[in-house]
Design a protein around this ligand. Structure first.
Ligand SMILES: NC(=O)c1ccc[n+]([C@@H]2O[C@H](COP(=O)([O-])OP(=O)(O)OC[C@H]3O[C@@H](n4cnc5c(N)ncnc54)[C@H](O)[C@@H]3O)[C@@H](O)[C@H]2O)c1
Length: 368
């Protein structure tokens, strides 16, 4: 007899998603689309959004608080897509219940919280993965293939950025409070830039950082994104994080990487991120404006003394779908040795050093 299609097979993974903001919605859609996964429960404080999402994705249970979600019977995996101050608290509670965790970036507010999360994942022998969806973009993957094929020779300098003119994710929301977010654009969007840059460069160790941060526009009320609609926004407009960060990093082997991240700056009114790389055999430039699915990707080489330029048309990537699928694959594989969040915790260590460098106005060495 054919199995009843309405009865989930035994190896179906039961998933929960905490948070129904932009990030939570990406996880909800990704689990819902995955065969072999049942999205069993979602949590979020906004009742109307939560119940609408539950109905749309056929989720049997929806609750307001994360504590109630973790009590759900038979849960295997949970995604954490809530304000950053809650990441460590929820992850530790999830590991205590034996769940595998996919956490939104940044892993946590501080390197101390990140280190605690990694230790808890190891002790519980559970997966801790962090959602770095930008490196899954088609244009970043295409550039990686070009670098791995040796077209640039040895890349020795890269400059990468994510810059916005008025992209503060709502003045007065949790994003602009250091105690809730842990930092401004360097930790929010700069961490994506750092992640894709190091991915492209083959993960060289960062040996030293010199950073400067500024808060001149945010503190004067300039630069809030009117469309971001983040939770908990108040008229008080607290702003005690940076609105612009610039960092110079030394890499093991002699290379260098420069990173810029802004939520607010007097520049063209486009959201723009990208990277320029110079190598011994060629250079590359990727620019993505206003979150277009595939950015402008050019490779520069020398063709028998003549400057050559190749334009690549990369397909769009699958973003959070790819992130969630790879997390589920790791959970199912049973091979959890390298899935403890240590890579994301290392980025937290680098960001922490950048903030220290900015405060102390000096280079911070990161040698192990
Ligand atoms: N990977 C990406 O590209 C990306 C993009 C945006 C945000 N993020 C990250 O995702 C996280 C959430 O960001 P967002 O933009 O979706 O924020 P948001 O403010 O829009 O949404 C936060 C959600 O968390 C919920 N929440 C807050 N407290 C809760 C509690 N006690 N119990 C249950 N739910 C609770 C809120 O109700 C809301 O649904 C952040 O860490 C952010 O850095 C990642």
């Amino acid at each position: 007899m054919d199995p009843d299609p309405t009865t989930p097979p035994d190896d179906v993974l039961r998933a929960g998603v905490i948070g129904v903001g932009w990030a939570g919605r990406q996880h909800i859609a990704a689990y819902d689309a995955m065969p072999g996964v049942e999205l069993a429960v979602i949590a979020g404080l906004e009742e109307a959004e939560r119940t609408e999402l539950a109905a749309r994705h056929g989720v049997e249970r929806d609750v307001a608080r994360w504590e109630d979600l973790l009590e759900t019977e038979g849960l295997d995996v949970v995604s954490i897509a809530v304000p950053t101050f809650l990441h460590a608290r929820i992850a530790l509670a999830a590991f205590e219940r034996g769940l595998h965790v996919l956490c939104e970036k940044p892993i946590a507010r501080t390197v101390e919280e990140a280190t605690e999360m990694v230790a808890a994942a190891r002790a519980a022998e559970r997966v801790l993965d962090v959602a770095f969806n930008h490196r899954r973009r088609g244009d970043i993957q295409a550039l990686k293939a070009v670098i791995d094929a040796g077209r640039l020779g040895d890349p020795y300098y890269a400059k990468a950025w994510w810059l916005r003119r008025s992209g503060i994710p709502t003045l007065g929301s949790w994003f602009t409070r250091a105690d809730l977010a842990g930092g401004g654009p360097l930790l929010d969007i700069g961490v994506h830039v750092l992640d894709y840059s190091l991915f492209l460069l083959g993960h060289p160790a960062i040996t030293a950082v010199t950073a400067a941060t500024y808060d001149l526009l945010g503190t004067s009320g300039f630069g809030s994104d009117p469309d971001s609609g983040k939770t908990g926004a108040t008229d008080a407009a607290t702003f005690d994080v940076e609105d612009l960060a610039t960092v110079f990093m030394r890499l093991r082997g002699g290379g260098t990487l420069s990173v810029e991240a802004s939520w607010a700056a007097h520049r063209t009114d486009q959201d723009e991120f990208g990277i320029t790389l110079y190598g011994t055999e060629g250079g590359a430039e990727l620019i993505v404006r206003d979150m277009e699915p595939s950015g402008s990707l050019r490779i520069f080489t020398d063709d028998a003394g003549v400057p050559a330029e190749t334009r690549l048309t990369a397909p769009p990537g699958r973003g959070h779908r790819a992130v969630v699928e790879s997390f589920v694959e790791t959970v199912r594989s049973g091979d959890h040795d390298d899935a403890d969040g240590a890579g994301a915790a290392e980025l937290a260590r680098v960001v922490d050093a950048c903030y220290r460098s900015a405060t102390e106005q000096r280079e911070i060495r990161l040698d192990p």
